[in-house]
Design a protein around this ligand. Sequence first.
Ligand code: HSE
Length: 303
Amino acid sequence: MRKASVTVPASTANLGPGFDCLALALSLRNTVELYEASQGLEIDVEGEGEDRIALDSTNLIARAAEAVFERVGRRPAGLRVHAVNGIPVGSGLGSSSAAIVGGLAAANALVDGRLTRDDLLRLATGIEGHPDNVSAALFGGLTLASASGEELLVKSLSVPPLKVVIALPDLRLSTAEARAALPAQVPLKDAVFNIGRALFTVQALTQVDYDLLRFAMADRLHQPYRRSLIPGFDAVVMAARKAGAAAVALSGAGPALVAFAPDRYWDIANAMQAAFAAAGLASRTFVLPVDRQGVQVQVSVTG
Ligand code: HSE
């Protein structure tokens, strides 16, 4: 029997102005192991979200694997999935994208790598519904994505080894809820504001220019509509800035917030945690380097 083992990184999407277009891969990983089996589907999950994750055919890893088998017209008689999650679930750190990319990459390894990374990217974007987190999970680094209908363009830029601070409040907020808070249309001046700021956010991150990032990482397309979903949002942003953060953004659809700074990471993390506590929310904090590798795959033969 063959086994494919994959590790896949977390990601923080949007980066302020780059709604559905920008993401940064982070060094916090899930492991997905797929084993060929003689029949059925068996799934077990350890670590983050182990009590919340579906263990049947609706499981994202299983759905992603099935999408690969369907595409290549070949599937093992049965499948065993073993997932070890380091990425908090429903956090704004790309856990669903990691599951999807993990399932796709592992299944593709079991069918001898018949699909290209671009094929996997398209399948992943289709399952996730938008390309930002899945691009970072696949390619690592800072990813730029542009999707419209069938058109999909993704580019991964390498970034110097910067670190980010994450503050994750103990709050259930699904991406679907956070997307439902968004308006169907936005004023032209807000769209133009975000285009400009997104361009300079890319420049600031690739050059690690925190003064520029302070200016650039501002947003009028999603954060103004989402911040009321997260108690203490404004206070946490202010606390992070006061402790030394150059810029703070909602991480993906939240509820985590991400702060960018040249140093004083744990001072910033502690200040964010204290501000969440003052708003009545417990939180976990992380200081995470950028991941520059994306998904990593290994295949082995067992038994
Ligand atoms: N760009 C997405 C959003 C990321 O903000 O809704 C979350 O999956």
